[in-house]
Design a protein around this ligand. Structure first.
Ligand SMILES: C[S@@+](CC[C@H](N)C(=O)[O-])C[C@H]1O[C@@H](n2cnc3c(N)ncnc32)[C@H](O)[C@@H]1O
Length: 196
C-alpha cells in the first residue's frame, strides 16, 4: 500500500528523497501566484518540504491545510514547528475533510501520481475550491524521470503521472477550465481553474 510505503520512509525522507534544490522550490512557489491571506490545501504534503515556501507566499493571514495519508510523514512535518497557520490532516485526496468552497488554491506537489482514483481526487479538489480557485499539479523533475523511477519500485509501479494532454482531458471532465500545461526537462506544471 502507498501509505505503508511512505510511512516506512518518513524518517529518511528529507535526507534521501526530498527535493534539495531550494531555488527550484522557491521558483515553483512563486509560479503559483498565491497572495497573502489565501487558504491553500497542500495534498500529499509529506514531511512538509514545500510548506515553508507556500507559507512565505500566503503570509500570516493565510492558512494551509497540510494533508497526507501517511501519518508518519505528517508527524515529521509537525515536528518542524513551522510558523504560520497550519492545519495538519491525515486523510486521502479522494475524501478531503475540508468544507466545500474553502480553498483559493489546491497544490499537489510531487503527489498526484500516487492518487489511486485520480478522477475522484480531481472532483474532491473542485469541491473544496472556491469559485475561480485553481488546482496545481506540479513536480520539480520531468514526467519521464518520475515515471521511470516509479516503474522501478514494486510498490509504486502503477503510480503514473499522466501526460499534460491526458491530464487536461481529466480536468475538463471533472469541471475545470483555463488549463495551463508546461512540460519540460526540469519539471511538470499543470494548472486549472474551477469552472463554476
Ligand atoms: C513523493 S511523496 C511527496 C511528499 C512531499 N510533497 C515532498 O515533495 O516531499 C508523496 C506523498 O503523497 C502522499 N500520498 C500518496 N497518496 C495519497 C493520497 N491518496 N492522498 C493523500 N496523500 C497521498 C504520500 O503519503 C506521500 O507523503
Amino acid at each position: 500500500m502507498t501509505r505503508d510505503y511512505f510511512n516506512a520512509r518518513a524518517d529518511n525522507w528529507d535526507a534521501q528523497s526530498a527535493e534539495k534544490d531550494a531555488g527550484k522550490l522557491a521558483r515553483l512557489s512563486r509560479r503559483l501566484g498565491l497572495k497573502p491571506g489565501m487558504y491553500v490545501l497542500d495534498i500529499g504534503t509529506g514531511t512538509g518540504v514545500f510548506l515553508p515556501y507556500l507559507l512565505r507566499e500566503i503570509g500570516v493571514e493565510g492558512c494551509i491545510f497540510a494533508l497526507d495519508i501517511a501519518e508518519r510523514m505528517l508527524s515529521k512535518a509537525r515536528l518542524k514547528n513551522l510558523s504560520g497557520k497550519l492545519d495538519f490532516l491525515c486523510a486521502s485526496a479522494e475524501d478531503v475533510p475540508v468544507a466545500s468552497g474553502t480553498c483559493d488554491a489546491v497544490v499537489c506537489y510531487s503527489s498526484f501520481p500516487h492518487f489511486k482514483n485520480k478522477v475522484q481526487a480531481l472532483q474532491e479538489i473542485k469541491r473544496v475550491l472556491k469559485k475561480g480557485g485553481r488546482v496545481f499539479i506540479c513536480h520539480t523533475s520531468s514526467r519521464d524521470s518520475i515515471n521511470r523511477v516509479h516503474r522501478q519500485v514494486p510498490e509504486l509501479h502503477e503510480d503514473v503521472l499522466p501526460s499534460g494532454e491526458d491530464l487536461a482531458a481529466l480536468l475538463i471532465m471533472a469541471g475545470y477550465t483555463e488549463i495551463i500545461i508546461e512540460e519540460t526537462e526540469e519539471g511538470f506544471f499543470v494548472s486549472a481553474r474551477r469552472a463554476d
